[in-house]
Design a protein around this ligand. Structure first.
Ligand SMILES: [Zn+2]
Length: 177
């Protein structure tokens, strides 16, 4: 396994053990060239999945890429690494066991959104804003509105109507003549 820091090929396994949910073998490795430490995971791959992108281009499914995008959305959020691991494993297994050899990138995005929704609101909004590539601010406000409504329902007896901003006063700009 090549060292991700210096590219050295001579890395050594220091320790092997099952991951928390026993779905993988976690190997801690060390690079004798630069002293870098990193961890690899060995997992069962049920089948080869192909992702069909929006452009129609097909690429092999990449679990690490999925994990990175989930981790990016969850950056600095109070969610344990183990739960992230389980979310990514769960999505991957669902995709692999769907019976289809090809899966659309949309379907993966929806699965991630669904998973993040139950995990962390902030991560959900972050991911959705990137994934849905919001062009209109209205989409974003709508999403935040849904979240706010959910939070309001959660705190019983404290339901407040959504604040409505008055339309901005617009005065026709007088042009200097
Ligand atoms: Zn190295």
């Amino acid at each position: 396994m090549r060292c991700p820091y210096c590219g050295g090929l001579d890395t050594q396994v220091k320790d092997s053990r099952p991951s928390d949910d026993s779905s993988a073998i976690r190997r801690r490795r060390i690079c004798p060239d630069c002293g870098g430490r990193f961890t690899t995971f060995e997992r069962v791959q049920l089948r080869e999945l192909v992702v069909v992108k929006r452009s129609g281009r097909k690429v092999p499914f990449d679990r690490d890429k999925l994990q990175r995008s989930v981790e990016t959305a969850l950056r600095k959020r109070p969610v344990e690494a183990e739960r992230i691991e389980r979310l990514v494993s769960g999505i991957t297994r669902r995709l692999e066991s769907s019976g289809e050899a090809e899966v659309s990138s949309e379907a993966i995005g929806e699965a991630v959104m669904e998973g993040l929704k139950g995990l962390d609101d902030v991560a959900y909004v972050r991911f959705a804003s990137v994934y849905k590539n919001f062009r209109e601010a209205r989409d974003f406000e709508e999403l935040l509105g849904h979240l706010a409504a959910g939070a309001a329902q959660a705190s019983a007896g404290e339901v407040t109507p959504p604040a409505e901003d008055p339309p901005p006063a617009r005065r026709p700009r007088s042009r200097a003549s």
